[in-house]
Design a protein around this ligand. Sequence first.
Ligand code: PMP
Length: 302
Amino acid sequence: MAKTFLPYAYLRWAFLSFQDANISIATHALHYGTAAFWGIRVTVTDEWNALFFRLDDHAKRLSRSAHYLGYEIAPEFIRSRLIEFVEMNKPTTSIYIRPLVYTSDLDISPRLHEIEKDFLIYGIELGDYLSADGVSATISSWVRQSDASFPLRAKISGGYITSALAKSEAVERWFDEALMMNSAGKLSEWSGMNVFLVRDGTIITPGVTEDILEGITRSSVISIARHLGYEVIERSVDKSELFIADEVFLTGTAARITPVKKIEQYILPADRPVFSALKSYMNTIFSREATPFSYWIEEVKF
Ligand code: PMP
């Protein structure tokens, strides 16, 4: 699929053209997955202002992810570089920014100590990641990794092998997306999104100890739902609950909030009052109407 990359990237402590932002084939992280990334969407308004969603939280989470790799990089530093990135690139359409911290040494021993690290940023133009109408889902034969093996609260690059296996398996079975169970047999999340169910008007989502990534969109949706008066329960979810749910939806930065139409052979109801209320409230926040969550949007003028 053709991608439009933004003209400037950041690598080895400097901005340079995307074409010149290259690394060696011997780069340690390429071989061991010893990197951590995050994804941030920026929307562009008619007045050519860029709107970041929860920029501070994204910067904080990337800083924490770097910490797991033994790399201290301050959230303020990340935040400033992300703003400069947008100012330099002057996007004209919705974009997705990908910052990455990685072991940049050309060394062959898998380790995190005494090894050079770097921080890079690049961006692509990105519209809908999944169909806004809804997706079909299979339950993957691949089990979500356990936090006992590596820190699942970070987006550690090496961990995405499981997401890739699950996503490709789903597509090969003619589904759009894959739901993964955790090693205890409870629902965890999708290949790159968090999962929510609605049962009898109550919103349910796997808790943060169910081997999920603590998604920023997940926490935003929980806050909005509670603000709208819904009960939200974070708990273990059984597979069988998926087949009798009134609604199932997914959340993520790239995918935003997307409904699920079908799980395996079970067709979910087409009427989705809770999903619709949440989606429309998210749109209200992005349209910059005053809400208690207006502070989540940060505007950069260029
Ligand atoms: N789970 C996984 C495995 C992810 O990679 C992501 C991000 N793409 C999410 C959940 C959603 O997180 P966020 O809402 O912060 O994008």
